[in-house]
Design a protein around this ligand. Structure first.
Ligand code: BES
Ligand code: ZN
Length: 879
């Protein structure tokens, strides 16, 4: 165990300085041998014209064993350079020169999974954000773009496949050296200058699914998806998704692919979901492999959107990249917006929007309201890995979406064309993005840009009155203080609205521009307070923030009748869903404080929910969303101080009461939606989703048929969504046969890692304090492995983030398990540990007993933690 780390330096946006030298080209030679890999790099340096006086340059390097360093082929005397604190400083450099270094690294011992590492016998890379410095010396910053030529050498039998970015230009066998087996090499050339975070290399023995794509201008691109041989049959969906994404980006953004080859490699050990390396994406197996027998419907959709996301980065990220990591949302927020729109176009746009908003409000909003709150363009960080957050991604996407709506589809497209054209091959900032929006539209977006710099979720308070024959809506905005940002300024908030009359029909409104559709108006709020008046009859119901037009908390005191009207008649999918959520929350809130009234609360909801069920055949996926209760975590966030046990009590009482009150509906949905043959289209997926939901309610209501239905489905599933839905119902409701099903499932799927992840997750999410013990036991299960992030996330991550009544067990046993796991993981993989540490972010709002217990645990972990974990725990403990 480590005995503590040095204090972590703070990096600040205001300190940005361009590099002293630029790098025109890099020649890498990566010689992979057992135990040690030798990397030779030749950097062609050129003094940066903006710093004409420079003769000194620094290069990042972490954990490198330096063999030799030469300048223009002359070995450098040790007085000319220093390598300390992960920095190599070389003095006395001429205006142009070549710096050659030879270093040794050990991918076999790299459990942090950053830089070059081994996964199931293959060798691969992960360089974003700052992993390249673990491979060789380099200015590891996104504003240094270089042309890479990479030669990979390795044993031919163990690593028949040697890949890097770009196109293969030369290959051959190494002349044999006595004992050693036959070795070979391949040289790859990437014609596009790129920052080193986009570098990739793979060596292994992999199966390949190959296809071609003809671009809009008629160029033929080879598409190659690689995975372990046993997974070759799980690549078709990713391939189809890739081709759809390529076509969509041509049609929607006019973006064509630019190399002759596009490769994706699936690896089992990966810290994130996937990575957009130029021409050679590397993916977590969980985000690329898909087969109906082993992958849930949600898994299929995830693969489609991640494949698209990484493909879209080829323009929004690679061709135009970030100047520094403070601009991360420039590529991530924009690319998330692009992948969201892609998925919306491929399937149901209304359902997709609700899913995205649900995710944002239930995950990004809490982040923005807790100790980790930060701006979409932060001002400082300790570890950039900790800033790949929901705020950068999801709120960043909302900021791009608002610009899309402000400009309208046509101008937005002109703006992105302009952005790609003038910034191609450059490393730019969020300001450059907005500047293109301004350039084509003529709008002044300077106030709008506060969305990038101001942290926190604005609260939009709306009141209304009918006066002098007019309906008046009064808007007030207020953003609560966040850590380090006390004062907040008014933001530009686009409020898309409609007014429904007493029959639920939209009143005619003066559209007044701003992209409003018929029956809608878009109010662009830019003051702390504004009032808008309408000539409509009395008794209207305001349908506010349609499409979730801005990422704000809406505070309007809806009556139950108004919510019922919105849920029944609103044409906006988001507003219907939001109305349902408000009805559920109101009932649940009362149960948290008043208890024992669950049956009455459920009875009051029955008429509205019966309407939803009656229409469920129109769009089963949408019905499933409307019928889903908010989770315990979301409910808990409305009650301070937080006592997760009373939240759990209220939540399960409500679920049980609804299960009973609507039981005949749940039963018929469970039976009637049963498919007889497998289909993977959107409608079939929606039906399965609704069916699983019905089964869950049926079991919650203790219906005698629930067990039989679940066992039947479990025994003869058509696909993993059915099998897992049945298993979850059995296990979460403790139905007869649950233990047997778990055993059977593990026997059936022991060789399928991604399915076994689900097996761990199902058990880790059983509500109730007793689950702590079960999770402890599972940590000792032979299939559990601390070195596989997917497995750790499935068990410990699910327990921490998805099971509040267990994690927050009153006796502190959940905290004990969590803190021990955190320390253990941190010693292996600090990045993944720091993400797990975020699970403690609700510390400040916990009731005093739990707060004291958790504080003590976290303080203890922090003493010996890595820089990554120290930053996260430091923020949490300081709040
Ligand atoms: N560039 C990221 C991957 C990444 C993130 C690498 C952090 C290193 C550190 C990639 O484009 C990405 O955003 N991946 C997401 C999935 C995506 C669909 C939002 C991920 O990995 O979760
Ligand atoms: Zn991304």
């Amino acid at each position: 165990m480590e005995t503590g780390y040095a204090a972590v330096a703070i990096t600040r946006l205001q300190d940005y300085c361009p590099p002293a030298y630029l790098i025109d080209s890099v020649a890498l030679d990566v010689d992979i041998r057992d135990g040690v890999t030798t990397v030779t790099s030749s950097l062609s340096l050129r003094r940066n014209p903006v710093s004409p006086e420079s003769t000194v340059m620094t290069f990042n390097g972490e954990g490198l064993t330096l063999r030799t360093l030469a300048l223009d082929d002359v070995v450098l005397d040790s007085s000319r350079y220093r390598y300390e604190n992960d920095l190599l400083t070389v003095q006395g450099l001429p205006a142009t020169c070549t710096l050659t270094s030879v270093v040794d690294i050990e991918p076999e011992n790299n459990t942090a999974l950053e830089g070059l590492y081994q996964s199931n016998g293959m060798i691969c890379t992960q360089c974003e954000a700052e992993g390249f410095r673990r491979i060789t010396f380099f200015p590891d910053r996104p504003d240094v773009l270089a042309r890479f030529t990479t030669t990979v050498r390795a044993d031919k039998a163990r690593y028949p496949l040697l890949l890097s970015n770009g196109n293969p230009v030369a290959w051959g066998d190494e002349k044999s050296h006595g004992e050693e087996g036959a070795r070979h090499w391949v040289t790859w050339e990437d014609p596009f200058p790129k920052p080193c975070y986009l570098f990739a290399l793979v060596a292994g023995d992999l199966a390949c699914l190959e296809d071609t794509f003809v671009t809009v201008s008629g160029r033929k691109v080879a598409l190659r998806l690689y995975a372990e041989h046993r997974d070759l049959d799980k690549l078709d969906h990713a391939m189809a998704s890739l081709k759809n994404a390529m076509r969509w980006d041509e049609q929607t953004y006019g973006r064509e692919y630019d190399l002759d080859i596009y490769m994706i490699v699936a690896v089992s050990h990966f810290n994130m979901g996937a990575m957009e390396n130029k021409g050679l994406n590397i993916f977590n197996t969980s985000c690329v492999l898909a087969h109906p027998a082993t992958t849930t419907d949600a898994g299929f959709q995830r693969v489609e959107s991640v494949v698209a996301h990484e493909y879209f980065h080829n323009w929004s990220g690679n061709r135009v990249t970030c100047r520094d990591w403070f601009q991360l949302s420039l590529k991530e927020g924009f690319t998330v917006f692009r992948d969201q729109e892609f998925s919306a176009d491929m399937h149901s746009a209304a359902v997709k929007r609700v899913e995205d908003v649900d995710f944002l409000v239930n995950h990004q909003f809490p982040e923005d309201q807790g100790p980790m709150a930060h701006a979409v363009r932060p001002e400082k960080y300790q570890k950039i890995d900790n800033f790949y957050t929901l705020t950068i991604y999801e709120k960043g996407a909302e900021i791009v979406r608002m610009q899309y709506h402000l400009l309208g589809a046509e101008n937005f497209r002109k703006a992105t064309d302009h952005y790609f054209e003038i910034n191609d091959g450059k490393a730019v900032t969020c300001d450059d993005f907005v500047a293109s929006m301004e350039a084509v539209s003529g709008y002044d977006l300077s106030q709008f840009k506060r969305w990038y710099s101001q942290a926190g979720t604005p609260i939009l308070t709306v009141t209304d009155e009918y006066r002098d024959g007019q309906y008046h809506l009064r808007f007030r905005q207020h953003t609560p203080a966040t850590p380090g940002q006390e004062q907040k300024q008014p933001l530009v908030i686009p409020i898309r609205l409609a007014l429904l009359d007493e029959q639920g029909a939209p009143c005619a409104l003066d559209a007044g521009g701003n992209g409003a559709a018929e029956g809608e108006q878009v109010v662009i709020m830019d003051q702390a307070e504004q009032t808008v008046s309408f000539n409509v009859p009395a008794g209207v119901t305001p349908s506010l923030l349609r499409g979730f037009s801005a990422p704000v908390v809406l505070d309007y005191d809806y009556s139950v009748d108004q919510l019922a009207r919105l849920l029944a008649y609103d044409s906006d999918g988001y507003c219907r869903w939001n109305a349902a959520q408000r009805l559920y929350f109101a009932a649940l809130d009362r149960l948290v404080t008043e208890t024992d009234e669950a049956d009455a609360e459920a009875a009051a909801l029955v008429p509205v929910l019966e309407q939803v069920i009656a229409r469920s055949d129109e769009d089963p996926a949408q019905a499933a969303l409307l019928l889903s209760l908010p989770g315990e975590v979301a409910l808990g966030d409305r009650h301070k101080p937080l006592n997760p046990a009373s939240i759990h009590r209220a939540h399960s009482a409500m679920k049980k009461a609804l299960g009973k009150a609507l039981q005949s509906h749940w039963l018929s949905l469970s039976e009637n939606l049963l498919a007889t043959e497998l289909s993977m289209d959107g409608r079939a997926m929606g039906r399965r989703q609704l069916r699983n939901l019905a089964l869950d309610f049926l079991a919650a209501g203790e219906h005698p048929e629930a067990g039989r239905l679940a066992v039947e489905l479990f025994e003869l599933p058509l696909c993993m969504s059915e099998e897992l839905g049945a298993l979850r119902a059995l296990v979460h409701h403790g139905l007869p046969g649950a233990d047997q099903a778990l055993t059977q499932f593990a026997d059936r799927w022991q060789d399928e890692a991604l399915v076994m992840d689900q097996w761990f997750a199902v058990q880790a999410s059983v509500p109730g304090a007793h689950t702590v013990e079960q999770v402890s036991r599972l940590l000792e299960h032979p299939a559990f492995d601390w070195k596989t992030p997917n497995r750790v996330r499935a068990l410990v991550g699910t327990f921490t983030n998805g099971n509040p009544s267990a994690f927050h067990a009153e006796n502190g046993s959940g905290y004990q398990l969590f803190s021990a796991a955190l320390s253990r993981l941190d010693a292996i993989n600090p990045q993944v540990a720091a993400r797990l540490a975020n699970g403690a972010a609700r510390l400040p709002v916990l009731e005093p007993g739990r707060k004291a217990l958790l504080t003590e645990r976290l303080a203890e972990v922090k003493k010996t933690a890595s820089g990554n974990v120290v930053e996260v725990l430091g923020r949490i403990l300081a709040s």
